[in-house]
Ligand binder design. Structure first.
Ligand code: GLN
Length: 338
């Protein structure tokens, strides 16, 4: 395992704000118009309640770290957060467990396999490796502080609500539907238990995990939740400090490597910011020091990522200068050798 002896070195941060772009609203409208006729992909059906989603819904929301909001389309439409909860539960767990323990017990590497893979566990001696796929996320949920299932759940519900800046509620229909059909996640939990990697009773942990996936959010909420991670852990809607800047850094690095499942490399190549998607069609894309995009549209690619959401994020990443890897050469007179 790679271990760097740098924990005593203070973390400097050199992120800048959003560039002075007066027409952010116009660019959001353009992104929405460009992709709203796009009908590629399909709505998730493996959780029966999700199959009922209106595939035409499409919302784009951007919250800047100073709290400024830009939005277009169906940004107030509620949908279950699904896998995007993994990012924020990880942040809560990371806040209590710390950088090194997270690295050691949950892992921070991409499995390169689909989000519900069982093989990924078998190939790695039961080490979940990646907290953004189901095995790693279920293991992470088990690490929530609390002596009882109720305490752990309440920590998740209230923690994710604080990220959103409003009280989030469970979609009971989605919860019932997934609880009746999540045999695969139950199998993953039993397998984790067989390797001694799950803290607590497997059926109890899967229930909490399924519940966290059923929390209802909007694209506007996702943008606020992401902007909290973009601003060192302070919610731009409420001004409340939710997690530390170090936790934001750690979670965002995991999102960059793993947030879009086995498509994370392609996402980083095209869009260049940490992000997380969920099978109900949401995406949160975070530009550190700038803000976050919340996208929602239910048709998914084969990895389980919203098609319109990805395309709109790609457009906006370019147009707004969000890509972390992009640089522009200085004019010759400004360089020391020019
Ligand atoms: N609740 C879903 C599951 O466990 C979440 C998956 C996802 O959004 N990719 O299958």
């Amino acid at each position: 395992m790679f271990e760097a002896d740098v924990l005593d070195v203070p973390q400097q941060a050199l992120t800048g704000g959003l560039p002075e772009i007066p027409h952010v609203d116009e660019l959001l409208r353009e992104a929405h118009a460009r992709y709203s006729a796009d009908r590629d992909g399909a709505v998730a059906t493996y959780i029966p309640a999700l199959a009922a989603a209106d595939p035409e819904l499409f919302g784009l929301s951007l919250t800047e770290v100073d709290g400024t909001v830009h939005r277009v389309g169906d940004t107030a439409e509620h949908f279950s957060i699904q896998s995007i909860s993994k990012a924020f539960v990880l942040a809560l767990v990371c806040e209590s467990m710390g950088h090194e323990e997270l690295h050691r017990t949950v892992g921070v590497n991409n499995t390169g396999l689909p989000f519900n893979s069982v093989i990924a566990l078998e190939l790695n001696d039961g080490n979940p490796m990646n907290p953004m796929v189901n095995a790693g996320a279920i293991a992470t949920t088990a690490f929530m502080p609390g002596n009882t299932a109720e305490e752990k759940w309440e920590g998740i519900r209230s923690g994710l609500s604080r990220f959103a800046g409003r009280e989030l509620a469970v979609d009971e229909q989605v919860l019932a539907s997934e609880s009746a059909s999540n045999h695969r996640n139950q199998g993953i939990s039993d397998l984790l238990t067989s390797y001694g990697r799950l803290r607590g009773r497997p059926e109890e942990i899967v229930e909490i995990y399924t519940r966290q996936c059923s929390l209802l959010v909007t694209a506007d909420d996702l943008a606020v939740m992401g902007a909290t991670l973009a601003d060192g852990g302070t919610n731009p809607r409420t001004g409340e400090r939710i997690v530390s800047p170090e936790v934001c850094r750690d979670v965002l690095s995991v999102l960059a490597a793993c947030g879009m499942y086995e498509r994370s490399g392609e996402w980083l190549f095209e869009i260049g910011v940490p992000a997380k998607s969920g099978v109900s069609g949401g995406i949160v894309a975070v530009a550190p020091g700038k803000g976050a995009l919340g996208a929602f549209s239910p048709r998914l690619d084969r990895a389980g990522n919203s098609v319109r959401g990805q395309r709109a994020c790609a457009f906006l990443s370019r147009a707004l200068g969000l890509n972390l890897f992009a640089s522009i050469p200085r004019p010759p007179e400004e360089t020391s050798h020019g």
